[in-house]
Design a protein around this ligand. Structure first.
Ligand code: ADP
Length: 409
């Protein structure tokens, strides 16, 4: 090192051999010595820096800051690394900046204080760091892009899965419908063979017997048999109507027809038809105070509903019992109750009563198909009505129908 040249050649050789730049400044921040590496690093000739202020090696922007750091450092006088995590720059003679790392070592000679700074050019390292950062951010971008693509593929796959599940459900649904249709056909065949057999043989017998009464005074007897024939034909016709109803409902071919009509008209018709089915000593109580009630509803469906309920009440009640028909007007609906004193429905079976083909154990001695209530419930629900019941075995049943009286107009 130049200033110490004369005093110690070994020292000189050692400092010149070091590849890091070394600069020594006095307490006035004046450069008193540099080694060859530092000169080369900053682009100065030998000795050119000696006597110059340290600031020539520091970019202008850092001058003020650096001055105060230097003073406090001189007071502390302890070894340390410069910068503390900040990026440090050196400035070359030609003005170019380059990143450096500097370690500071204070020392004193003959009561004079100096600081030796060891300076390393870290351009290459910085550049590599920058390259690594660039590569990292490129990698991150790639990962983000791939993640996006992956998400897209996943949502495409999910949509595909959903589409397939829908298609599968559709197939399942049509299979279910087909199965139900087959079931219906089988039921129909077995019903035709069982349910039709008894009434048909009854019709045959009555017709044969009626044919035997040839005398004109035997008209009463003939009438009795004709009535039996009429009833049984009506019964068979009702079963066929039920099947047609199901078929229409299943294939979505029901067309409801709304009209305004007095409730008494439908009730009269239902009771008139039901009278022919009454057993010995049975009677139907006509509802009171209904003459002025006019509703807007599907008349055929109401008639089908009430016919089903009244016919059941007759069928499932013994002789000498009464069937009550009650009508009540509520604020937004009409309530119609059919009350009988019949066999009732066992509690354990009540929850199944509206299921298609379901028939309670205690009803099996009577003819029936288990279709009527199911159809009625479906129709009523399609028309915003309801059907419910309460029943006690061997005491009787009450079926309640509600018909909306607002919103249909
Ligand atoms: P079906 O009378 O042809 O069997 P429904 O659908 O009309 O078919 O009735 C289903 C079942 O509900 C009947 O089999 C019977 O068990 C029960 N049920 C319906 N109405 C009554 C009633 N008024 N009293 C007792 N049981 C009834």
């Amino acid at each position: 090192m130049e200033v110490f040249e004369s005093s110690d050649d070994i020292y000189q050789i050692l400092t010149e051999a070091i590849s890091e730049g070394i600069v020594v400044v006095n307490d006035q921040q004046e450069i008193v010595a540099t080694n060859q590496s530092l000169n080369t690093l900053f682009g100065y000739k030998k000795n050119e820096l000696v006597g110059k202020p340290l600031n020539v090696l520091i970019p202008k922007d850092y001058h003020t800051d650096h001055g105060s750091h230097f003073s406090s450092f001189m007071e502390e006088r302890s070894k340390r690394q410069m910068g503390h995590g900040r990026n440090l720059f050196g400035v070359k003679k030609d003005g170019t900046l380059f990143p450096v790392e500097a370690g500071l070592n204070p020392f004193s000679v003959y009561d004079k204080h100096y600081v030796m700074a060891i300076v390393i050019d870290i351009s290459v390292r910085k550049k590599q760091e920058e390259e690594i950062q660039l590569l990292n951010s490129q990698l991150e971008n790639k990962v983000t892009e791939r993640t996006k693509e992956l998400k897209k593929s996943i949502s495409r796959l999910e949509a595909e899965v959903e589409r397939r599940v829908k298609a599968e459900n559709k197939i399942k649904e049509s299979l279910r419908k087909e199965r139900e249709l087959n079931e219906l056909k089988t039921k129909f065949l077995s019903l035709v063979s069982h349910e039709f057999k008894t009434p048909l043989s009854g019709i045959y017998t009555s017709a044969t017997l009626a044919g035997k009464y040839t005398e004109s005074e035997q008209q009463e007897k003939r009438d009795k048999h004709i009535k039996t024939i009429q009833n049984k034909v009506k019964y068979l016709n009702n079963i066929l109507d039920d099947f047609l109803s199901i078929e229409r409902m299943e294939s979505g071919k029901v067309n409801y027809k709304f009209s305004e009509f007095p409730i008494s008209k439908v009730i009269n018709e239902v009771i008139y038809e039901a009278n022919m089915l009454l057993k010995e000593g049975q009677n139907i109580n006509y509802p009171l105070g209904i003459d002025n009630i006019v509703i807007y509803f599907d008349e055929k469906i109401l008639e089908l509903t009430l016919t089903n309920l009244v016919n059941n009440a007759i069928k499932y009640s013994p002789e000498n019992t009464t069937i009550d028909i009650r009508v009540r007007e509520e604020e937004d609906h009409l309530e119609i109750e059919i009350v009988d004193e019949g066999i009732g429905i066992p509690e354990s079976e009540q929850k199944h009563i509206f299921n298609r083909y379901f028939r309670a154990e205690n009803a099996l001695l009577n003819q029936g198909t288990g279709i009527g209530l199911n159809i009625v419930k479906n129709h009523l629900e399609n028309l915003r009505g309801t059907i419910t019941f309460t029943s006690e075995e061997n005491k009787g049943s009450t079926f309640k129908v509600t018909i909306p009286t607002t919103g249909n107009l």
